[in-house]
Ligand binder design. Structure first.
Ligand code: NAD
Length: 285
């Protein structure tokens, strides 16, 4: 038996956890956010305050103090049992390390009420790898947000073979209620839909440029004109930041390492890491 979702607890107040907590509170839910220490919570509070400023600036309906009220409405705690004691839904956004997630789900499974649904925001780990640690595989699934979720508002929902279809549907409905566009995934798939499409596109663009076949600008122009898409792979890479793909390629096979070396020599070593540093494949003012 699960009940309707009113109270939501977010685990982790880093980049994504703070966004999930803020968007959920902004949508009228009662939100508690948990992190491991007072120092982590202080950083989390800062993330939340920054989001209030971003929402106020970018969203027309965040004025008249609504963004600030949202920020102060989020309860922060480093006490896991307190954080989850009344939760209907717990959304986990802690580091992408399987052992840390499993250990956290073991503690969470003991601390949370029986009715509570657990959702992981993991980008690369399959929920099956964590389900047994939860002690309630029927009430566990993935709910995957994109960075800057107030604009990039897809929420990919992916269960395991053990996930109760009622729980799945409740989480789909919840995603809609917090302003996301729910994307239902029928079977487990690394990369969900978005990254299954995006990663091959980015890799193909990099292979063309690093192999000397075409410049980044030409690759992007071809993609934009040829498909009507607003941005090409290198424009997207600049927004993501070059450090993440570099780290992925540096730990990959021989071909991937060639891409890593090209990125390092031409961009990383020159401090061109993307939009965040003012220059990547393109210059930003
Ligand atoms: P982050 O490093 O910014 O934040 C992680 C937070 O977890 C930190 O506040 C940290 O103090 C806290 N933490 C560490 N150990 C913990 C523990 N044992 N229990 C509770 N909290 C703990 O990471 P992030 O980028 O927000 O990523 C979090 C999750 O979200 C990952 O699973 C990642 O794959 C996923 N995700 C990230 C993005 C992204 O663009 N950053 C996008 C979608 C999904």
């Amino acid at each position: 038996m699960t009940i309707d979702i009113h109270r939501v607890t977010v685990l982790g107040t880093g980049v994504l956890g703070s966004q999930i907590a803020f968007q959920t509170a902004f949508s009228g839910f009662e939100v508690t956010a948990y992190d491991i220490s007072d120092a982590a919570l202080q950083a989390g509070r800062q993330h939340i305050d920054n989001l209030a400023a971003i929402y106020r600036e970018q969203l027309p309906d965040a004025g008249d103090g609504r963004a600030e009220r949202t920020a102060t409405s989020i309860a922060l705690t480093s006490d896991l049992a307190r954080a989850v004691k009344d939760a209907d839904l717990v959304i986990e956004a802690i580091p992408e390390v399987l052992a840390i997630k499993q250990e956290t789900y073991r503690k969470l499974g003991e601390a949370a009420p029986e009715r509570t649904i657990f959702a992981t925001n993991s980008s690369t780990l399959l929920p099956s790898a964590m389900k047994d640690s939860t002690g309630r595989p029927d009430k566990f699934l993935a709910l995957h947000f994109a960075n800057q979720l107030w604009q990039q508002n897809t929420a990919e929902i992916m269960g395991t073979p053990d996930t109760d279809p009622t729980v799945f549907q409740k989480v789909v409905d919840f995603a809609s209620k917090i302003g996301m566009v729910p994307i239902e995934i029928h079977k487990e798939k690394a990369g969900y839909v978005l990254n299954s499409l995006l990663v091959p596109l980015l890799n193909a663009g990099l292979t063309l440029a690093a192999g000397g076949y075409a410049d980044p600008e030409a690759v992007d122009k071809t993609w934009r004109i040829g498909t009507g898409a607003p941005a090409g792979p290198f424009q997207i890479l600049d927004v993501i930041g070059l450090a993440t793909p570099y780290n992925v390629f540096a730990n990959g096979d021989e071909d991937a390492q060639k891409l890593a070396a090209w990125l390092k020599t031409n961009y990383i070593d020159k401090g061109k890491l993307g939009v965040a540093t003012g220059e990547g494949f393109y210059k930003y003012s």
